[in-house]
Design a protein around this ligand. Structure first.
Ligand code: SF4
Length: 418
């Protein structure tokens, strides 16, 4: 477990993740899915986490709300959440600094009780996340009911997390298709559907998921996630399966929610366009680590890590439509512990890898700003071809600029390797 100590946190920091690590203990071996990840979510902002598939973005999101299932395990780190009431409950323990509470040091029941009311998640695939045999309205009303019941209980670690009692369980067993949400919850569900732009929400609430289009389903998922009026909405690739028009509408809904001051948003995506459009700050993930993070303008206008540069270089430039794209050669490395390389995990794909990159790479402040942090030796010195790694495969042969639009590219736009 990393050696972490109680941090000094600004008042506007809603969530501060510190050195969070999650591993999966499989028959093939230990998989280091998330490795020492740190980032902050402030009031009323959108924080993006971007990276290729398999970089650990979704596991980071699941770790944040303690939803990692066996064989996965959160093996270290801290998740500081600002909640004065909770801080009072655990006052005097090492889990509390000011109004912030380290959720990794409180009982699991407390973490569970915060799902929905403090943290809520919009999953990638609404069709597989909603129950096909229950109406959309009923499913949202159920989420409303669970949150209302939780809020009605005193703030105790156990009582807040109690589910349906034995009586309700028995009635459910006898009458499995009965409606077990009351009128108030149903009315709230209709309001939520209206809030996310579903037309004729009262009628649509009585329809089943298969009667909704993909965009409507995603809106319904957002409505369900809003049932508990969460402080933090985690959106895991919320627009991946949608066409661009619907994608824009969904992003507008999330942006409106954030701008209304109702919630902060953590946006998990592989789409740099979504990040550019939505986010105030961004963390770039690679092989389970956040390799560069900072304010959007800092990271996008002055990327330091070659992986960030590569990601940005592989996006079409509307101002130079004829320019060739510069894809990053190779794939994300295996995250199996025994196969992970020494030093920088990007070294085998990095066009600027040097001998030192085979040693563990610390995190540096980029451009002298504490908020712009980079895990790369280039943060404090220039690339030196004289000490370039000679065992890299498939690296870009033009190291002057990874976003150069012609050099080193083949006719089909793929960067040639040496
Ligand atoms: S530490 Fe070295 S190999 Fe890793 S990204 Fe930076 S320059 Fe490339």
């Amino acid at each position: 477990m990393p050696d972490v100590s109680a941090p000094a946190l600004d008042d506007d920091v809603l969530v501060a993740v510190r050195d969070l690590s999650t591993r999966f203990f499989t028959e093939e071996g230990q998989i280091n899915a998330v490795e020492g990840v740190s980032f902050e979510v402030r009031d009323n902002e959108v924080v993006g986490i971007v990276g290729e598939s398999g970089s650990g973005k979704s596991v980071t999101a699941l770790s944040l709300i303690d939803l990692v299932d066996s064989p996965g395990e959160i093996t270290g780190g801290e998740v500081w959440y600002r909640d004065a009431e909770l801080a009072e409950e655990f006052a005097g323990s090492d889990a509390v600094v000011g109004d912030h509470v380290d959720l990794r040091r409180v009982p699991a029941t407390v973490r569970r009780s915060l799902r929905g009311s403090s943290f809520s998640m919009i999953f990638q695939d609404p069709m597989s996340s909603l129950n096909p045999s229950v109406t959309v309205g009923e499913q949202i009303a159920e989420a409303v009911e669970v949150q209302r019941r939780a809020k009605g209980n005193p703030r105790r670690t156990r009582s807040r997390t109690q589910g349906y009692g034995l009586g309700r369980l028995l009635v459910d067993a006898v009458l499995p298709s009965r409606s077990y949400t009351d009128e108030e919850s149903h009315a709230r569900a209709i309001k939520l559907l209206e809030q996310v732009g579903i037309p004729d929400p009262a009628e649509r609430a009585d329809e089943y998921p298969h009667q909704f289009s993909g965009g409507m389903l995603q809106r319904a998922m957002i409505a369900q996630a809003l049932a508990g009026e969460p402080d933090v909405l985690i959106a895991d690739e919320p627009t991946t399966a949608l066409d661009v028009t619907i994608q824009a509408q969904i992003l507008d809904i999330l942006r409106e929610l954030q701008e209304s001051g109702e919630t902060s948003v953590v946006m998990i995506t592989h789409d740099l366009g979504v990040i550019a459009r939505m986010c105030d700050r961004v963390g770039v993930m690679y092989a389970g680590e956040i390799v560069e993070r900072g304010r959007l303008a800092d990271v996008f206008d002055d990327p330091i890590h070659p992986y960030t540069q590569g990601l940005l270089g592989s996006v079409p430039d509307l101002e130079a439509p004829a320019a060739r794209l510069q894809p990053i050669e190779g794939n994300v490395p295996s995250l199996l512990d025994r196969e992970m390389p020494e030093g920088c995990y990007f070294a085998d794909r990095c066009p600027k890898a040097m001998a030192d990159c085979r040693q563990p790479v610390p995190e540096y402040d980029g451009d002298a700003s504490e908020e712009h942090a980079v895990q790369c030796v280039l943060a404090d010195r220039e690339y030196d071809p004289a000490v370039a790694l000679d065992d890299t495969d498939g690296v870009i042969d033009d190291t002057d600029s990874v976003t150069d639009d012609t050099d080193g590219a083949t006719d089909d736009g793929v960067v040639s390797g040496e």
